[in-house]
Design a protein around this ligand. Sequence first.
Ligand SMILES: [Zn+2]
Ligand SMILES: [Zn+2]
Length: 160
Amino acid sequence: MYRICVLYTEGLRLSMQTTQRSPSWMVSKNFKASEVCCKHCGVMGMKLDFIALIQEFRDYLGSPVVITSGYRCNLHPSEVSKPSGKIGRHRLGVAMDFHSPGMSLKDLYSKVEAFGKFLGVGVSVSGGFIHCDQREKKARWQYDKSGRDIPWNGEWSALK
Ligand SMILES: [Zn+2]
Ligand SMILES: [Zn+2]
């Protein structure tokens, strides 16, 4: 069993919270609550318009999208380790890290760019995932082996 509480409304957006994850609860056609919720505590903080966007991308891709990190609360280990005061897009509920089984990272990245609706895109070759988020201005970066961002021009051949 799980409980959902509608915490607040932001215009027409709703933010919801689950007190316990239910792996079977679908937040959209292809995404389970367990994929988008905070992996550390199960809180559902992903924005509904971002869920709609990742479902649109999933439909466009026509292949599975496995989210390894979606919403993160402020106590998630990846957030706690950030320099103080820095609030990332995962914490704002508008980011996901993902891969697509059977598809190379390079092909997946070209699909992300062809889709064209994620302004923030980071690639982790060593981690085998792509980060996509909603933001105001276009940004592309890669992650080094310790997970730090390095600016990147978006050219696959320039990846380290
Ligand atoms: Zn958490
Ligand atoms: Zn990320």
